[in-house]
Design a protein around this ligand. Structure first.
Ligand code: HAM
Length: 426
């Protein structure tokens, strides 16, 4: 048997109803905040992620699905391509490519699959789905304002409440600007020097290439050492400190609860100033339901103009795992199951189904080779509400027997009144 590749899964009904419920709700929330959808390719040139996300991050150094293009055209040959491990770099690439700065502030959202070669476990997959948003634009359009950071965080609180996720926790930090980071990295180098030999191989590499990334370390033995290291909060300059304070002031004003975590640096290199994660207890080890932050230098790092930005991505798989709503409760069951009885009734059943579906009723239908008992079983199995019987007598009388499956009650309704009758019963 051929199975789906490791770390990927099939999403089947009725679970897909839950995914659609989430996506419909988030689309409404995005609309209320004046965000518009962007769709970028699922693969991009590898260089985009190396430059955007950062060579020393776990994502780029270990987890990407990368291949060399075998295209016949000279321009394709040897080009290194990668399945997107995240979508911020792609959105900023599109921002630059299409000169979106002409439009002022871009408020964009996306929903789609991402790919990382991670060790699969609950809440962690190799193909997973993100619901994300990015606010990016020239500083003159207000893209750098702490009001944007607070708006994003307030949107997230609304969105989680809207889909029925309670008990989330917002962890907040400021990772400063590149000048702060240079000083912080220097302080980290000094703190690492006497202890790095006792740490894991990844940390030994990070100590040389990008000391900040030691905070990504998950090795239990290294944690007590990392606990003793300085934190970025001690190195924030005046402007970053003021920005951070204002974000917190607005959050207090709109009553969004948060906890500060000065060790939160996020696993991607592009972050500046605000960084955040929302966690949820139901998720176990992979408890980050979403993450995001500001990336004021990303556009320039990718060869574009100055374009400060902030965004987030929700792990949709994890969001669905945290829901208390069941798939059964959001799936639309058939309002009516049409049972053609006896030879030649399929045509009549099809006409009736077409008519009722025009009225936005959910209709399914059987086959005239079924006995009545089999039709009832089929209707029961799909949890239909009513069964409508189409036999020769009904067709002659132009009125049809309708039976309520749960109670067994039966009525006869003239053809012309059928749709209205079912709509009244919805
Ligand atoms: P990230 O923290 O790498 O950030 O991913 C965001 C969320 O995607 C995580 O919090 C998690 O819920 C989900 N996620 C990540 N990896 C997996 C996986 N292997 N399986 C299931 N879910 C996963 C970003 O991707 C940034 N682009 C977010 C952002 C947007 N920052 C600014 N704008």
């Amino acid at each position: 048997m051929i199975k789906s590749p490791r770390g990927t899964r099939d999403l089947l009904p009725p679970d897909t109803a839950l995914w659609n419920f989430v996506e419909a709700a988030v689309r409404e929330v995005f609309q209320a905040y004046n965000f518009h959808e962007i769709r970028t390719p699922i693969f991009e040139s590898t260089e985009l992620f190396a430059r955007g996300v950062g060579e020393d991050t776990d994502i780029v150094s270990k987890e990407m699905f990368t291949w060399e293009d075998r295209g016949r055209a000279e321009s394709d040959k040897g080009q290194s391509l990668t399945l997107r491990p995240e979508n911020t770099a792609g959105v900023v690439r599109a921002y630059i490519e299409h000169k979106l700065w002409d439009r002022g502030l871009s408020k964009l959202f996306y929903i789609g699959p991402q790919f990382r070669r991670e060790r699969p476990q609950k809440g962690r997959y190799r193909q997973f789905y993100q619901i994300g948003a990015e606010v990016i634009g020239p500083a003159a359009a207000g893209s750098q304002s702490p009001a944007r950071d607070a708006e994003i965080l307030e949107l997230l609180a609304t969105l989680l409440d809207r889909v029925g996720i309670v008990n989330w926790k917002l962890e907040l930090n400021s990772v400063g600007c590149p000048a702060d980071r240079a000083q912080f990295n220097e302080a980290l180098r000094q703190a690492l020097a006497p202890v790095v030999a006792t740490m894991c191989a990844d940390c030994q590499r990070r100590a040389v290439t990008n000391p900040l990334r030691v905070f990504d370390c998950k090795v239990p033995e290294d944690q007590p050492i990392i606990e003793t290291f300085p934190t970025i909060s001690q190195f924030l300059d005046e402007a970053c400190r003021t920005h951070y304070e204002e974000v917190k002031n607005i959050l207090n004003a709109v009553q969004i609860p948060y906890v500060e975590n000065n060790r939160l640096v996020r696993g991607l290199d592009y972050y500046t100033r605000t960084a955040f994660e929302f966690t949820h207890g139901a998720l176990g080890a992979q408890n980050a339901i979403l993450g995001g932050g500001r990336y004021d230098g990303l556009s320039e790092a990718l060869g574009g103009p100055a374009a400060p930005g902030i965004g987030f991505a929700i792990g949709e798989d994890r969001l669905v795992l945290s829901l208390t709503t069941s798939a059964e409760s959001v799936v639309r069951k058939p309002d009516v199951y049409i049972a053609p009885l006896g030879a030649g009734m399929n045509r009549e059943a099809a006409r009736l189904a077409r008519e009722l579906r025009r009225h936005d009723l959910v209709v399914d239908l059987g086959d005239d080779s079924f006995r009545l008992k089999k039709s009832f079983e089929a209707a029961d199995k799909m949890a239909g509400r009513y069964i409508l019987i189409v036999g020769e007598n009904e067709v002659k009388a132009d009125a049809f027997a309708i039976k309520h499956l749960a109670s067994g009650e039966q009525v006869t309704v003239p053809r012309a009144e059928l749709a209205q009758w079912f709509l009244r019963k919805k």
